[in-house]
Write a protein that binds this ligand. Sequence first.
Ligand SMILES: [Zn+2]
Length: 246
Amino acid sequence: MSTTDSAICIRATDYSETSQVLTLLTRDNGVVRLIAKGSKRPKSKSGGAIDLLAEGRCVFTVGKGESLGVLIEFAETTSRSALRSRLERINTALYMLEVCGAILGEGDPHPEVFGLLHSALERLGRENSSPQAVLAYFQWRLIRHVGLLGELSVCASCGRKVGMQNVYFSSSLGGLLCGDCEQAATEKYHVSSAALSGLAALAAAEAGKKPTLPPKQAAAANALLAYHIQYQLGRRLKTARGVIGS
Ligand SMILES: [Zn+2]
């Protein structure tokens, strides 16, 4: 029984001269790993190798247990060529792909995350967008969606309101720590005033307002959110260095 779905290619490796193993984030079937037999042949149904970031309609069979599923057809609708030629944008996009693949388990549907990645990539492809701002909204919404971020206006330990100085973030507690509580915490990340402003803007955006998110604040918020994601995963993401610088 084959399945038809919308998909974005988040990982692609060569399997043989003519075949690839692809990891696709699909809208309704979550992350799927498929073998694409003959996909690299110029006359294949996909018209050649399927690249990272490619989005389209795919037909596939789901693998059983450890075995890979099989890609039957991939009709590309979006190649994202505008994005591929710009280093900062492509690095940001590759990081977003790696985060999705790392956070979501296989076969666990999250249509919201598919929509989130789709719109973030669309925005990144626009000349006038700020890659750091696009990434900040993406990371914030993704972390929110998977339930990894708590209330950020009060201290995650004592519940009192946090100020603007001497503020820390604890990934294990999923929130901010005030100056009184941070000393007892072994796992913590210092939150700069730029990062706090960035987080406030992201929270305001979530509440339906249209705040401005300057690149510096977005970058500071991105570094913190990437720290949180990597701490939760228990490992570094290869592509993080290209966007976060660490
Ligand atoms: Zn506290």
